[in-house]
Design a protein around this ligand. Sequence first.
Ligand SMILES: Cc1cc2nc3c(=O)[nH]c(=O)nc-3n(C[C@H](O)[C@H](O)[C@H](O)COP(=O)(O)OP(=O)(O)OC[C@H]3O[C@@H](n4cnc5c(N)ncnc54)[C@H](O)[C@@H]3O)c2cc1C
Ligand SMILES: CC(C)=CCC/C(C)=C/CC/C(C)=C/CSC[C@H](N)C(=O)O
Length: 484
Amino acid sequence: SAPDLQDPPKKIAVVGAGIGGTAAAFYLRQEFGAGVKIDVFEPESVGGRLATVKVGDHEYETGGAMIHPLNLHMKHFIEKLGIPPRKDVHSKMAIFDGKELTFEESDWFIINFLRLLWRYGFNFLRMQMWVESILDKFMRIYQYQQYGYSFSSVERLLHAMGGDSFPTLMNQTLEETMIGEGFSQVFLNDIVAPITRVNYGQSVRINGFVGAVSLAGTDSGLWAVDGGNKKVCSGLLYHSKSELIPAKVTSISVKVRPSKTGPASSFYEVNYVDGSGSAHALYDIVVIATPLHQGKSDIAFSGFSPPIPSHYPGRFQQTVSTLVHGMLNMSYLGTTEPASKFTVSDILTTDSKGSVIHTLSSVDPVHIPPDYKRPPASQTKVWKVFSPQPLSQEQLKDMFLSRDSVSETRWLAYPSYSPPHRKTPPFILHNRLYYLNAVEWAASAMEMSAISARNVALLAHHRWHKQVGKIDQEDLHTRLRGEL
Ligand SMILES: Cc1cc2nc3c(=O)[nH]c(=O)nc-3n(C[C@H](O)[C@H](O)[C@H](O)COP(=O)(O)OP(=O)(O)OC[C@H]3O[C@@H](n4cnc5c(N)ncnc54)[C@H](O)[C@@H]3O)c2cc1C
Ligand SMILES: CC(C)=CCC/C(C)=C/CC/C(C)=C/CSC[C@H](N)C(=O)O
């Protein structure tokens, strides 16, 4: 018989078990209760772009590494799952222009402050204030979601957070935005570009919104999950009592089942392949939690009107993450500083011609052993290089005096962000078919996927129960003022 839309759905499929898919399973369980069966399809490792590799006796993050102190969903997840944050190891930054180090952070706050003031006036302080003002608006999403509000498109979600200012940020480059705000071109080249390069492998011509997220990625208090960020994904999967189906979804079609007694009902047929061949299953609701882009997934949608494309326009940017266990060649950095005194952890790079790397970092294991101190560059240790292309043997030889091991991961990492931004893909692909990774076109980060997961779960719930009053409400900020 036709499903009574007041009854909860019986079966939900989530495609992809990265942080987006596993957070979606968690929030779908929260919204729809214990009775619904949730299947999560994942042909690769749980975690997706959150992954570790083993070097020697320890594991190191090779994908998504750092979480902002105000990323409240990620914080909530580890609290709920009882996973501690990783022990903090003090980090220190330097900037490399391809020939020499143009800036090296001191251990003394006052020295850094005076150096930056001398070179860039108040640009640095003003940048921190500018990012803080954007974060203030960004934080509104948590209150909206706590009250159960959801949004049918990325544009509406951004507008609810930041009014017209957020869509405006999406339509301008970070460079245009910051120049418009009075920041100097020198400051953009020397400081801002290295930050967008380390975080998104791109220049200051990314959109202003992802640019601001990137700048927030250099705030103090960044943290990571003890044992590896991917532990959050396996924890959410377990906590949500979902079933992990180790299979790749190949196609989704809409099936209409006629009924003698009431209106016809429709289901989604999810076709998938695993080690033993192909199979299919029917679902009331489906959430796609992987980018629908060339090289990221290849899901055919059939029987939909209007048609749903397998791939949306735009491309994903390659970032190659190379972990080298070895000894750094200090002369590569053009410095005569003794390696035994060199304790910089993150070497960012300027956007100069011929620059083959985006960043070079001394990395710490995902679990910090007791009494751990980050070794200086005179010792053999683990370095992580981000580059747009795989490093050649020659390039590795230039950078390192010795190499005990080299491990390379090629990521199609995040969208290539070039405004004016085209319309972002929709959250709603069809009546009960949702697309979580649409949000990555605003910015790609763990918390963005988590926010989108909660939004999609709320949207799925409200649309199932026809609670339209909780979707796309205008002026929530004013209406909810004083409610918390
Ligand atoms: C090198 C790097 C560094 C980063 N650093 C940070 C950072 O420091 N901080 C931060 O917040 N973010 C960071 N990010 C971004 C962050 O990792 C991502 O935004 C986030 O992990 C995306 O999660 P997701 O679940 O939405 O997508 P994914 O993690 O990509 O998950 C999608 C999953 O879907 C699966 N899948 C694909 N096709 C199918 C199919 N047909 N059927 C079934 N399953 C399928 C994939 O195997 C994958 O596991 C970084 C990313 C990279 C690559
Ligand atoms: C979403 C909000 C408000 C904040 C997120 C801030 C953040 C942590 C941004 C970083 C995003 C990103 C894609 C980083 C990639 S590189 C990270 C690190 N430097 C590394 O070396 O792995």
